[in-house]
Design a protein around this ligand. Structure first.
Ligand code: FES
Ligand SMILES: [Fe+2]
Length: 373
C-alpha cells in the first residue's frame, strides 16, 4: 500500500457498493496524498485541457498548468493539435501565456523562438557555443487524444490510448454529438478545497434533495437518478431523468437527434480522474479542473451549445445561460466548503455511501487502484 494510505481504509473503499465507505479524510487533507496523486493518478491519466472548438484555427493555443507542468495546447500549421511543455529550453521561462493565436512562440526572456510544433527555430547570440544545434532542440511533447471533442493529454508515454477504455460510455453520448458543440461562455472560480470533493458532488444527484431542493430537485428528482454500470472502466455516468411531460430543454432548441426522454434528462459524466461534463437537452457544461495543491484548484466552467445556436445567441440569452450555470454552482460551493471544513475535524472518519452514490464508488475504486501498490 502507499505509505500515506491505510490498507484497511482502502479495503472499505473497494468493498461492494452496498458495503462501501467513502475515502478517508486524509485522502483529501494530506499533502502527501496529493503528492502521490500527482504521480499515480494524474501523470498516468488522461486529463482534459481544452475543447477542439477552442483550437479551431491553425495557431490557436491555450496554456494550461498540468499540476507542476506548464503546457501549451496548440493547433499547428499542419492542423494537428499538440500539447507541448511551455518551459523554455534555455533557462526555463514560460514561452507562452493565456490563450490566443500565434504564428510561433517567442520566449520573452532572451527571444528564443519556437515553431508551433515545438521545434526551436532560432536562438539569438548563441554563436560559438559548442555542441549546440537549434535544429536538434524541441519542446517536450505530451500525448494527445481527441474524444467527443475534448482534448485529452497524458504525460505517460506508455499509457494506452483512451478510446478503448471509454468505448462503453460512447453509446450514451452518441445522440448529443458532443464533438460538434462550441464554447460560448467560460466562468472561472478559485476553489480552495480538494479537487475530489467537487468531483464527488458533481457525480451524484442525491444532494438535489438538500443543496438544490428548490432548483434541480423539482426538475430532476434525486430518487429517479441512477448510475450506469461501467464494468470497472475509468468513467462514470449519472442519469437524472426529468419528469414525464416536462420539457426541460428550456428556451434553446433541443439537440437534434435526442430521444424524448433525453430532451428531458440531465446527464453527468466523469472521465477519471477529472473530466466532468453535464448535458441537458440543449446545453452542455464542461468543468475544467486544475488542481494546484491538496487544498486548492482553479475551476473553469465552460458552456457549450450547437454552432447554429451559438451564432443566433444574443447578449441577453447568453447572460441568462451564464446566470443559470452560476446559480447552480453557487449552491454547490456551499456543498464543497462544508465538507472541506468537516474533513479536517479530528473526530471525522469514513462515511457510508448511499446506493444513489454509485458513481462516487466507481471513481473511488479507480482512485484506490491507482494509489495502491
Ligand atoms: S529563458 Fe527563454 S530565451 Fe532565455
Ligand atoms: Fe450540485
Amino acid at each position: 500500500m502507499n505509505p500515506a494510505m491505510d490498507a484497511a481504509e482502502l479495503e472499505r473503499v473497494r468493498a461492494p457498493l452496498d458495503r462501501a465507505w467513502t475515502l478517508p479524510p486524509r485522502a483529501y487533507t494530506d499533502p502527501a496524498v496529493f503528492a502521490a496523486e500527482k504521480v499515480r493518478v494524474f501523470q498516468g491519466g488522461w486529463v482534459c485541457v481544452a475543447r477542439t472548438d477552442q483550437l479551431a484555427r491553425d495557431g490557436d493555443y491555450r496554456c494550461v498548468d498540468l499540476l507542476d507542468q506548464p503546457i501549451v495546447v496548440v493547433r499547428g500549421r499542419d492542423g494537428m493539435i499538440r500539447a507541448l511543455s511551455r518551459v523554455c529550453l534555455h533557462r526555463a521561462m514560460p514561452v507562452a501565456q493565456g490563450a490566443g493565436n500565434a504564428s510561433r512562440f517567442v520566449c520573452p526572456y532572451h527571444h528564443w523562438t519556437y515553431e508551433l510544433d515545438g521545434r526551436l527555430r532560432s536562438a539569438p547570440m548563441m554563436r560559438g557555443v559548442a555542441d549546440f544545434d537549434p535544429a536538434r532542440c524541441r519542446l517536450p511533447e505530451l500525448r494527445v487524444a481527441i474524444w467527443q471533442g475534448f482534448v485529452l493529454v497524458n504525460a505517460d508515454r506508455q499509457a494506452p490510448p483512451p478510446a478503448a477504455a471509454l468505448a462503453g460510455l460512447d453509446p450514451y453520448l452518441a445522440n448529443y454529438r458532443l464533438d460538434e458543440l462550441v464554447t460560448v461562455d467560460t466562468q472561472t472560480f478559485d476553489s480552495p478545497w480538494n479537487w475530489k470533493i467537487l468531483v464527488e458532488n458533481f457525480m451524484e444527484a442525491y444532494h438535489h434533495i438538500g443543496t438544490h431542493r428548490h432548483t434541480l430537485e423539482p426538475l430532476y428528482p434525486a430518487r429517479e437518478s441512477y448510475v450506469v454500470d461501467n464494468h470497472g472502466a475509468p468513467w462514470a455516468l449519472l442519469r437524472m431523468p426529468g419528469r414525464p411531460g416536462d420539457d426541460h430543454a428550456g428556451a434553446l432548441p433541443p439537440f437534434p437527434g435526442l430521444t424524448d426522454a433525453q430532451r428531458r434528462e440531465l446527464i453527468a459524466g466523469c472521465v477519471f480522474p477529472s473530466l466532468l461534463f453535464a448535458a441537458t437537452g440543449s446545453t452542455v457544461v464542461w468543468y475544467q479542473l486544475e488542481p494546484t495543491a491538496h487544498d486548492r484548484m482553479q475551476l473553469q466552467i465552460h458552456l457549450l451549445v450547437r454552432p447554429e445556436v451559438a451564432a443566433a445567441l444574443d447578449g441577453a440569452a447568453r447572460a441568462l445561460l451564464r446566470q443559470t450555470v452560476r446559480a447552480v454552482h453557487l449552491e454547490d460551493i456551499a456543498a464543497n466548503e462544508g465538507p472541506w471544513r468537516g474533513l479536517h475535524a479530528p473526530l471525522t472518519g469514513q462515511g457510508r455511501l448511499s446506493l444513489y452514490e454509485k458513481a462516487i464508488w466507481q471513481l473511488n475504486r479507480c482512485w484506490a487502484e491507482a494509489l495502491a501498490d
